[in-house]
Design a binder for this molecule. Structure first.
Ligand code: ZN
Length: 247
């Protein structure tokens, strides 16, 4: 906001008729690639929707992107009940072309919100960086830090390498023991597993009781502290029939 409102208002009217991409390039203010990461259930999607809300309230226009969201339709949905439609990104999607297609239709794209950014390819992260540097589009990426083997996801690794700003999300998720939960465990039929595909999309809801489970193995994720991830101990609540509860 300026101390010269009349001048500013005139300038704004002029700017509003300038083509979008050109408009952004007029402003020397640089854009940023920001990455927020954490374990499951740390509130990434909620934060993504909050960032979108804050920007859109300032009159900025953004695109929301996601991959393999918990809901089958492309949405950014959070466990606290917020939800917005999003564009589904596939591994072959060129994010630069996706943004340019919106510009070509006359839509402004001032910023991108990228949820589930851990699933991006390294090339797609580089495309995001190019949009930041060459087209001055602000990018806010949100993703899981590590997979169920406690290894960085490929998209996460590339974002840690090239993002301007990296923040571990500070909403604390607790392991069943009460220590901060940092790592995601994959639980199949009530037991932690250490092999399988990197990406198996499942929720973090507790495993249903054995009589509700179908014939397919039930997969879910549980956030553990480092020690209990190493030990593979899921806590007393997750113990299935015939297993001992080891604190
Ligand atoms: Zn623990």
């Amino acid at each position: 906001m300026s101390s010269l409102p009349d001048v500013d208002a005139r300038a704004e009217r002029r700017v509003s008729v300038v083509p979008v991409a050109g408009d952004r390039r007029r402003h020397p203010a640089s854009a940023h690639l920001r990455f927020f990461h954490g374990p499951m259930d740390c509130g990434k999607s909620t934060l993504a929707l909050q960032v979108d809300h804050n920007h859109s309230r300032q009159g900025r226009r953004g695109l929301l992107l996601t991959q393999g969201d918990r809901s089958a339709r492309p949405l950014i949905s959070s466990r606290v009940g917020l939800c917005r439609e999003a564009i589904e990104v596939r591994p072959a999607t060129d994010l630069r072309l996706l943004v340019r297609a919106h510009w070509a239709e006359g839509h402004r794209v001032d910023y991108l919100i990228v949820d589930e950014a851990q699933f991006l390819t390294a090339a797609q992260v580089d495309q995001l960086a190019e949009l930041v540097d060459d087209s001055h589009v602000d990018v806010y990426a949100f993703g899981l830090t590590t997979d169920f083997l406690a290894r960085l996801f490929p998209g996460t690794q590339r974002l840690l390498e090239v993002a301007d700003d990296v923040q571990r999300i500070q909403v604390e998720v607790l392991c069943w023991c009460g220590l901060p939960g940092l790592l995601n465990a994959r639980v199949v039929d009530g037991a932690m597993v250490r092999e399988g595909e990197t990406v198996v999309v499942a929720d973090t809801a507790p495993t249903p009781a054995p009589d509700e489970a179908g014939p397919d193995p039930e997969v879910h994720y549980q956030v553990l502290c480092r020690r209990h991830h190493v030990l593979g101990q899921l806590g007393p609540a997750a113990v299935g029939p015939g297993q001992l509860a080891l604190p």
